[in-house]
Write a protein that binds this ligand. Structure first.
Ligand code: PLP
Length: 381
């Protein structure tokens, strides 16, 4: 057999998807699984009629920056909601999910050998996407704060990635922390990629989009997505906001890889943008409230987790279990039919953690799953 790409062979499976695939397979075999591993919250959302959309257009490619009507809606939303202004003509691209937007942006800013800094726990795809660009991921161990980032900067550093609000801890970065990161970027001439996919899942804190603090987008590149905030992960609609030069490069990559996201869905989202928000916003609040109750229950039964109150995730410690996080999650799934995600997928420094998602199961089901986690920790300590 002819050889295969080394970077692709060396890349690891996305840990969250790996465990969710195991869940699908168990369900196919008729098992009931308590799912606390999904990267989404389940909303009750209607499906508006598709035949109201412009029939002459929906079957064809859209503009490869994304449908202008949707770009305009997003620009209005960012202005009203996050005090961020961007030009819908030249400073945004809508594409097939923010995962693709992030990868295409890495492809647009990185050269082989460049280094990219991010803190652990880190979303599973950052290191792999960076490696796929022949660049080097530099994961900062989990207890270090953004104020310690500077010691990881070398002449090869090209960018810092932040995830705000943070999957999996639920932490929201403060204005002071964001200002500090931007100061580093100015001092060392770096890009700052701010992944804001959970921007509306914020509880009792102020969320500041990075682009608000860098209005000319000299260093800030912002990603967002309809997957989490709108509860439509399967539609694959995400976007990147950056200055004109960055977007021009992403546009070329997008034209060669994706062309445009599904036109029919873009028309649908442009048409029902505000209606959908009215439907999903209260449901986001309900999910955040459930997260708070889950956290209180964890306090009550003695399960500790990293600080944070936003998103629908908690990053829980499994110490003093002697199992690795993968062994722990596999055993919990096989013996108890409870699915969670191993912490090691979020960085090597996170093997004593597991990610819990409260988005799909009820409070009572989450509480049952947490008791199972606690029991397994006790049994394996
Ligand atoms: N960024 C973070 C932090 C995520 O958790 C996810 C999905 O799990 C994504 C980006 C990608 O989301 P999508 O490609 O569905 O927009």
């Amino acid at each position: 057999m002819p050889g295969l790409s080394r970077v692709a062979m060396d890349s690891t499976e996305a840990m969250s998807i790996k465990y969710n695939t195991m869940v699908y397979e168990l369900k196919q075999r008729g098992k009931h699984v308590l799912v606390m591993s999904l990267g989404e919250a389940y909303f009750d959302i209607p499906l508006f009629p598709m035949d109201e959309l412009p029939q002459a257009e929906v079957h064809h490619y859209s503009h490869s920056r994304g449908l202008l009507a949707l770009r305009r809606k997003l620009a209005q939303y960012f202005h009203a909601e996050y005090a961020v202004d961007f030009d819908p003509d030249e400073e945004v691209i809508i594409t097939a999910g923010s995962k693709a937007a992030i990868h295409m942006t890495f492809m647009s800013i990185l050269n082989p050998g460049d280094e990219v800094i991010y803190s652990e726990p880190a979303w599973v795809s950052y290191p792999e996407q960076i490696r796929l660009c022949y660049a080097t991921p530099v994961g900062v161990r989990y207890q270090k704060s953004v104020y310690e980032f500077e010691e990881f900067i070398t002449p090869k550093t090209k960018a810092i990635v932040i995830n705000n609000p943070h999957n999996p801890s639920g932490q929201v970065l403060s204005r002071k922390e964001l200002e500090h990161i931007l100061d580093l970027a100015r001092k060392h001439n770096l890009w700052v990629l701010s992944d804001e996919a959970y921007s509306d899942f914020v509880w009792g804190e102020e969320f500041i989009s990075l682009a608000r603090l860098d209005p000319n987008k000299e260093h800030a590149i912002v990603f967002n997505s309809m997957s989490k905030n709108y509860g439509i992960s399967g539609w694959r609609v995400g976007y990147v906001i950056a200055n004109k030069a960055v977007i021009s490069n992403v546009l070329k990559v997008n034209q060669h890889l994706i062309t445009c996201p599904a036109t029919i869905l873009q028309h649908y989202l442009a048409r029902h943008f505000h209606q959908l928000l009215e439907i999903t916003k209260p449901q986001i609040q309900a999910v955040l409230c459930k997260r708070k109750q889950v956290a209180a229950y964890m306090d009550q039964i003695g399960l500790s987790y990293l600080p944070g109150s936003s998103t629908f995730y908690l990053f829980a410690s499994i110490a003093p279990s002697r199992l690795s996080s993968e062994e722990f999650c596999t055993r919990l799934l096989q013996d108890e039919y409870v699915s969670i995600v191993p912490g090691v997928g979020y960085g090597e420094s996170c093997d004593a953690f597991v990610r819990i998602s409260v988005g799909a199961a009820s409070l009572e089901e989450n509480q049952l799953g947490l008791r199972k986690i606690k029991e397994l920790i006790e049994k394996t300590s």
